[in-house]
Design a protein around this ligand. Sequence first.
Ligand code: SDX
Length: 377
Amino acid sequence: LSKYPHINKGLAGIVAFSSTKSFIDGQEGKLIYAGYNIDTLAENATFEEVCFLLWNDRLPNKAELDELNNKLQNNRDLPEAVLNYLKSTSSNAEPMSVLRTAVSMLSDFHEVEADTSKEFRINKAISITSKMPTIIAAYDRIRNGKEVVAPLSEKNTAFNFLYMLNGEEPGEQAEKTMDLCLILHAEHGMNASTFTNRTICSTESDMYSSITGAIGALKGPLHGGANQAVMNMLLDIEENDADPVEYIKERLDDKQKVMGFGHRVYKTMDPRARILRGMSDQLSRETGHEKLYEWSEAILETMKSEKGIDPNVDFFSATVYYSMGISPDLYTCIFAMSRVSGWTGHYIEQAENNRLVRPRALYVGEKDLPWVPVEER
Ligand code: SDX
């Protein structure tokens, strides 16, 4: 394969699309959503403002934000058939698989893609973004034998999600933490799930198909599935009364990947990890989980000194969600519930300036083999 320098395994370094959605400076550890630095957004924005930004490439004025909030609040109910699916599927299913199937099902209850206007597409993005938290919370309650909590037709996405999940109104701090997590996960360039989503869009397939495919791509442990894997690793250390530094060194000696570390683009600390690290520190102290945070710091130091590798977004988000009492197998669903804003933004961008995604493969198999009848093989 070295004869073919144009082949980049994993499409590393290949620029496949142009986009106004986000910019990553991997050397400096800088992330920008449609012009705004992630630190600026983390400090000032709400998740709903970020959704508007990713769909329109500008921030909303007050009236536009009110209108968007209104639409998001009024689109949260699920079709009866989707709710019935959540009730009838296995209570041992992976929540990401359930989310993928339920989002796919939503398309059965919506208009076909006859309208190609931006407004129609944004309304569809709003509809999917509104319903994903309802799906996740409803399935979690059903699998735990609890009554489904109907969504509120007021309050923001973060508040409503925690309310539906826990059956009680979240405090201000929990709402703010969840909102910040949603902002931090909303968009991130040409990651595997966004690429999948744009590829599906490029065939002129519908937005539900694109988002369904993207959820499937996000689920894998090399992508969004890493946050759940990080938590399982920390719980494994706890259960086995292991020393976190030794645990990590053994993994590395064994040539295993340590989840929540490394990134294709960042060669320094992921700026989202930097923000989540501070949140994890504060929350774990407040909720009596300091030990988990201390282990995380020890793991971070070990990864830096042994491999020179920094944490990514998934490393500290795990302990943040754990401190909020959320089940580890929902972490990747929360990632999806946020990233749908970026996916749909990219879908609209691709649809408005489309060309079919159709790369080539280098054939390295044999050619022109003689046919051998089955009895003689
Ligand atoms: C996300 O791209 C995005 O934008 C994704 C994301 C988003 O917002 O959408 O940022 C979210 O998905 C974060 C990534 C979550 N995944 C993990 O945490 C899984 C663990 N990490 C890795 O497997 C890895 O770092 C990747 C998958 C994230 C990146 O893979 P690359 O770019 O193909 O890098 P690589 O596997 O070729 O690694 C390069 C070197 C190797 O060493 P050598 O063989 O050259 O000696 O670094 C080593 C790797 O072994 N390495 C690791 C490691 N990550 C890289 N070694 C141990 N543990 C790790 N986590």
